[in-house]
Design a protein around this ligand. Structure first.
Ligand code: ZN
Length: 126
């Protein structure tokens, strides 16, 4: 349950900078698919490919090689007590919050209670 699929969209219908709402479609008790809707205007996208995710439309100022270089020069201490690296950081479709104080946070916030998250590359033992 840790897959973090992108939710941020720039709706092509209402133009809002918003999120896509995924709701399961059931045929009886069987899940047959997923409905993808604009959270703002309720426009239904036919498929994942139709959804105007923000990360697909961001300007091409960063390229992948550029980013990986930047990440590799960061040390633990330098990336700091940033909420997005914290194990208490919780993202849900509507907000980002801190699991400790349950207040809204930004990914770029820093926090005194910061606890480094488990390495996301590492698969949990199952
Ligand atoms: Zn919309």
């Amino acid at each position: 349950m840790s897959s973090s699929r992108p939710v941020e969209i720039l709706c092509t219908v209402c133009g809002a900078d918003t999120i896509v709402v995924r709701s399961p479609i059931y045929d009886g008790f069987k899940k047959t698919g997923e409905m993808l809707k604009c959270a703002t205007c309720g426009h239904e996208y036919a498929s994942e490919n139709q959804v105007p995710f923000k990360q697909n439309s961001r300007p091409g100022v960063f390229d992948a090689s550029d980013e990986s270089t930047k990440i590799s020069v960061f040390h633990e201490s330098e990336r700091g007590k940033t909420c997005c690296y914290c194990r208490h950081y919780v993202v849900n479709p509507f907000t980002q919050r801190c699991g400790l104080h349950f207040g809204s946070v930004e990914a770029t916030d820093s926090c005194e209670k910061f606890t480094v998250a488990d390495d996301p590359e590492k698969k949990p033992d199952g």
